[in-house]
Design a protein around this ligand. Structure first.
Ligand code: PXL
Length: 279
């Protein structure tokens, strides 16, 4: 049997509301990937639509965890970062990458900081500069269109988009960050929504679009990123991993919509995990 892949997932734990580590850990595990975690903070809920949430910062615990791991001589096939709460955590991630990576480690950075043309309330206007400096260290970045424009210092453009715009954005991101790029929130009309990816080795842009389900469902970016990384760790191409993730997110939203769950509570990704392993 092939060696099991191992990923280090570095995100916050939002105790209620299904995102970040409470999504990355179960999805990667369900896909057969061993998943070690470094929690960067513990919140009672995520910050999207809840008030009075608790926030315990765990910045001081990150390096001691990494330094202990170093003594165990662990090999990581992937390092996956998402929501980071401060510039300090961004800087620490650069050291974490240097300490934990081997020659074949995939550095997968989701620059979680904004959506729908707006930076999340928690972040100062200069936060994107910090996130951009982390993306410079990545092999793959997974911004949505708002995050992509912030990373490039460009004006946000609202959709529907043209292929020229999407492909221009992908190429500018690739040139700026020297990484493979997956862009989420791509749509050309009101019917379909999904992602576009650019793999420089292949030289073309691939699209994966599904039917659009209206409503802003929280945590879908993390479900998407975790599913893409699952696909990659299981040997799929970038384009196939993105297509798998778009379909998985679509089905997760569909189940949630049918159940009429509060959209802040996250999506029902749990009852679809078989899709991750092609069943
Ligand atoms: O899903 C991204 C995310 C992760 N963690 C926290 C968040 C958010 C988005 O709002 O608030 C704490």
């Amino acid at each position: 049997m092939e060696r099991q892949k191992r990923v280090a997932a570095i995100h916050d734990i939002s105790c209620f509301g299904k995102c970040s580590l409470t999504v990355a850990l179960p999805i990667l595990s369900a896909a057969g990937v061993e998943t070690s975690i470094i929690p960067t903070a513990i919140l009672s809920t995520h910050t999207g639509g809840f008030e009075n949430y608790t926030y315990r910062d765990l910045t001081d615990d990150i390096m001691p965890i990494v330094d202990h791991w170093k003594t165990l001589d662990l090999h990581f096939d992937g390092i996956y970062t998402g929501f980071l709460g401060s510039f300090e955590q961004i800087d620490i991630m650069k050291t974490v990458f240097d300490k934990l990576r081997s020659d074949d480690t995939l550095i997968f950075v989701d620059p979680v900081m904004a959506d729908n043309g707006k930076l999340y309330g928690l972040f100062s206007p200069d936060f994107p500069k910090g996130m951009a400096s982390l993306c410079e260290k990545a092999d793959i970045i997974v911004p949505n269109i708002t995050e992509a424009s912030l990373l490039l210092g460009e004006e946000y453009v609202a959709g529907p988009y043209t292929k020229d715009y999407i492909e221009g954005l992908l190429h500018r991101l690739h040139e700026r960050f020297n990484a493979k790029v997956i862009l989420t929130g791509v749509y050309f009309d009101d019917e379909k929504l999904g992602a576009a990816s650019f793999d420089p080795e292949k030289g073309i842009v691939d699209y994966a679009l599904s039917d659009r389900i209206d409503g802003y469902y929280h945590g879908t970016g993390d479900v998407f990123g975790s599913a893409v990384l699952s696909g990659l760790m299981n040997g799929k191409t970038l384009a196939d991993s993105v297509a798998l993730a778009v379909s998985y997110v679509y089905h997760s939203i569909e189940r949630t919509k049918n159940a009429a769950t509060d959209i802040r509570f996250g999506v029902d990704f749990e009852r679809g995990t078989k899709e991750l392993i092609g069943e």
